[in-house]
Design a protein around this ligand. Structure first.
Ligand code: SF4
Ligand code: SF4
Length: 444
């Protein structure tokens, strides 16, 4: 297949990074790339989507990789998977690919193994320069489900209308479901049998990086990876409920300047000039003389290790760093590429955070199940709210109007292919009830 053909196919199918980042995949594909790294790290506790995709669709993921190697001219593809999850892979396929360009690399059971800076280092030994992208070191990183979506588009002509989602946390059983895009979180939970949500709160994503959701208005998107339920009183929820003004006040009053938050930062340990203790102090004390104390927050991935592992004063450097990073993005600030070679700090080996330690620090041990049922629910929502922006870049422009009849997989919104954006499709058949600048609403 020609590169242009593949790129067009991926764009038309509406494929974006399914691991949570949502970067339009056709813009990530690059000819002449050396390595394709597969993010199958299943980084956050309680999440099971990568497990599911690899257990169920390993053969399809390998086919997609072989196609990409061929079209992009890549030297190899490396599947980054934790050693403890190797049993999920079909042994027959593991044997078949030995000696081919598709390789499996067992990564340690650390957090955040799925952060692309950490993952690229663990799988290739390369460090992505500060403020840069993996392509700078000849690598593209694709999530396991994204690869499955590429396979489905190429082999079956399928567009992205469904998303694999882990449901877990303070629930009796964990499941992985494939939900229609645009279904409300409440309907998703209720259809999957979770009706008792009294005194509970729900986050979209893992316990480290997930965001609080309103289950009645938030919906499943192309990047929803997990829907986790926690008691309202749990620290995972309470930390997220705290207003930024209070987070800053507490930091101003209680930070002892010990710098342990920075000392354990995974990106700092890979050589980045990222000292979150300085951002926290500058923001909480109103010290604006040194702009670098703020602009360095652009290097933060929001992993939360500084907060959960580093800070013994129960402060939240992660939230402050991400607040600053968000403001920098709103102001259009871009960190300049630092092309200088960087070295791993020698203390890194002793400061890696094991998933086991993280689970205890988060206080979520009682929510960890040994298995997750992998079930195909027959979701049949009456109504879906399909966001026009489920990805990095420009929102899609609706191509339908109120009253139009649509079938599953019909195009309902598009972006100019040259812009950063993607295509949206109907996830149920029905009538377009409403078109706003944010959503296309379809009713069965
Ligand atoms: S959240 Fe904290 S630990 Fe993670 S990258 Fe940002 S500063 Fe470092
Ligand atoms: S670890 Fe906590 S107390 Fe120490 S410098 Fe960081 S925010 Fe301040």
């Amino acid at each position: 297949m020609e590169f242009e053909k593949l790129s067009e196919l991926v764009f038309n199918a509406g494929i974006v990074g399914a691991g949570g980042a949502g970067f339009p995949t056709h813009k990530k594909l690059a000819k002449g790339v050396k390595q394709i790294v597969v993010n199958a790290a299943e980084c956050e506790p309680l999440m099971m989507v990568d497990h599911h995709v690899l257990a169920k669709h390993f053969g399809s993921v390998v086919k997609a990789l072989n196609l990409l190697i061929d079209v992009l001219g890549a030297e190899e593809a490396i599947i980054g998977i934790k050693g403890k999850n190797m049993h999920l892979l079909d042994k027959r396929i593991v044997d078949e690919i030995k000696g081919t360009k598709v390789k499996i690399h067992e990564i340690p059971d650390i957090y955040p193994a799925g952060d692309e800076v950490v993952l690229v280092y663990e799988t290739t030994g390369k460090i992505i320069p500060e403020g840069s992208i993996p392509l700078m070191v000849g690598v593209i990183v694709l999530n396991a489900e994204t690869l499955y979506n590429i396979y489905s588009a190429v082999e079956k002509g399928e567009n992205v209308t469904r998303k694999y989602v882990s449901i877990g946390g303070d629930v009796e059983r964990d499941v992985v479901v494939r939900a229609p895009i645009g279904i409300t979180i409440r309907e998703l939970l209720e259809d999957a049998g979770y009706t008792n949500l009294e005194g509970k709160a729900v986050i979209n994503g893992g316990p480290m990086m997930g965001k609080l959701v309103d289950i009645d208005t938030d919906v499943v998107t192309k990047t929803t990876k997990g829907v986790l339920v926690f008691p309202e009183t749990h620290s995972v929820i309470q930390r997220r409920r705290m207003p930024m003004s209070m987070t800053l006040k507490r930091a101003s009053a209680a930070c002892c300047n010990c710098s342990m938050c920075s000392d354990v930062c995974p990106r700092y340990l890979l050589g980045y000039n990222l000292r979150v203790d300085k951002t926290l102090r500058a923001a909480s004390h109103g010290e604006v003389q040194n702009a670098e104390n703020f602009t360095q927050a652009a290097l933060c991935c929001g992993c939360g290790v500084c907060t959960v592992i580093g800070c013994q004063q129960m402060l939240n450097p992660q939230a402050i760093s991400m607040e600053v990073k968000g403001e920098l993005a709103r102001q259009g600030y871009r960190r300049e590429n630092n092309k200088a070679p960087q070295e791993v700090r020698k203390e890194r080996a002793g400061r890696l955070v094991s998933s086991d330690v993280l689970i205890d620090k988060l206080g979520i041990r009682r929510f960890v199940k040994t298995t997750a049922a992998r079930e195909d629910f027959d979701f049949d929502p009456r109504i879906v709210y399909i966001p026009l922006s489920q990805h990095v870049g420009k929102p899609a422009t609706p191509t339908v109007k109120e009253g139009d009849k649509v079938k599953v997989s019909d195009v309902i919104a598009v972006t100019d292919a040259t812009a950063l954006g993607t295509t949206m499709h109907a996830s149920i058949s029905g009538t377009v009830k409403k078109v706003t600048d944010k959503y296309v609403v379809i009713e069965r």
